[in-house]
Write a protein that binds this ligand. Sequence first.
Ligand SMILES: NC(=O)c1ccc[n+]([C@@H]2O[C@H](COP(=O)([O-])OP(=O)(O)OC[C@H]3O[C@@H](n4cnc5c(N)ncnc54)[C@H](O)[C@@H]3O)[C@@H](O)[C@H]2O)c1
Length: 428
Amino acid sequence: MAKPVSIEVWNPSGKYRVISTKPMPGTRWIRLLTDQDCRVEICTLKKTILSVEDILALIGDRCDGVIGQLTEDWGEVLFSALSRAGGRAFSNMAVGYNNVDVEAANKYGVAVGNTPIDSRGLNAMGVKYGPETSNIELFQKHNAFHVSLALCGVLTETTAELAASLSLAAARRIVEADEFMRAGLYEGWLPHLFVGNLLKGQTVGVIGAGRIGSAYARMMVEGFKMNLIYYDLYQSTRLEKFVTAYGQFLKANGEQPVTWKRASTMDEVLQEADVISLHPILDKTTYHLINKERLSNMKKEAILINCSRGPVVDEVALVEHLKANPMFRVGLDVFEARSLTYDEPHMKPGLADMKNAIVVPHIASASKWTREGMATLAALNVLGKIKGYPIWSNPNNVEPFLNENSPPPAASPSIVNAKALGLTASKL
Ligand SMILES: NC(=O)c1ccc[n+]([C@@H]2O[C@H](COP(=O)([O-])OP(=O)(O)OC[C@H]3O[C@@H](n4cnc5c(N)ncnc54)[C@H](O)[C@@H]3O)[C@@H](O)[C@H]2O)c1
């Protein structure tokens, strides 16, 4: 029999029982639910990853919907239990849903939501290119676009900012220097103390110039006046135009212009770049994209950043390379899992001992705005299904749900199995 679990309850007299398997950032998500007659129960169990047993205990005999996490195993057992308890909605607080057996959810008629907070292209923000637009005007428009994206605080920018933070921390050896200082080892200024790399004028290499890779490239080019080399299966004309316009802007102001190059092979990027950031999706073509041979093609003092997915880098080969090349530095937000389940925390032997590695625990999306936005979308997915609202027709533009100054649309922002369940799309 399932064991009892610790919970925090909001609006105890609410008609609909909604469970969140974890406390989530902010309070807007709770308010949106309680305002619509939901009793919200938040699991406060001090355990990072809840087991299926734990979640069964939470669901109990009656439950209208659950907000869960990417680390949980949502399959046949949980969907059948939720269905028996009268539940018709589940939402991950994540964009991805590889922890969810959507077929099983379909079988029990449970809607599965996700939280696709991200940015779309320049055109979506009303920035258009035309022959009548001068390059400097274009750059100014790009800048306005950049600012509006920053205000949106979307996942793309949040992740790109973490990649930029790791790049700087690695280049200037911030973590090593901080440890040295705290250990009381600083005795006075020395010419060689923690000498790192100047980014200005160096080359940033981006592998996978999609949403995040392009945002990162813009930050490094614009912020640190780095030249760009990128490799992607597709040409990123927007990014190229941005760098061209910025280069012309710099030139017009008497500064050295920045340049860009689209590499025809990934190895070209590895050989030429001083800082390389990985932003491809993880699939068969990108598994162990960075292996022993490719590491050896990189400059001895290069910096490698991975905020994409752990298995894009062969971590065993990386540890060997870090040992053999003390001035090669790496910044990692993601790690290789031992299996396809979510056991990322286990680093490969030796990695944690390397001074030339900066390791952070998958915090790329951990900005307050982004995480609160994800919690809001997850709550609204569940609420929408409970209230019988239609499904938002464009999950790629969920901004209207995130505006704190107006009530959200009466729709579920993103239900991945809407079609399979025959749910109607919103006409809003
Ligand atoms: N660390 C985090 O918390 C975090 C957060 C969000 C996204 N991500 C990861 O970041 C990555 C990028 O996300 P995105 O939103 O920018 O995706 P995206 O789809 O916009 O961009 C991915 C790019 O990779 C390119 N690509 C695919 N295969 C390639 C290959 N073999 N070689 C070179 N390029 C290739 C694609 O053409 C595309 O332009 C994904 O792996 C995603 O899972 C991580």
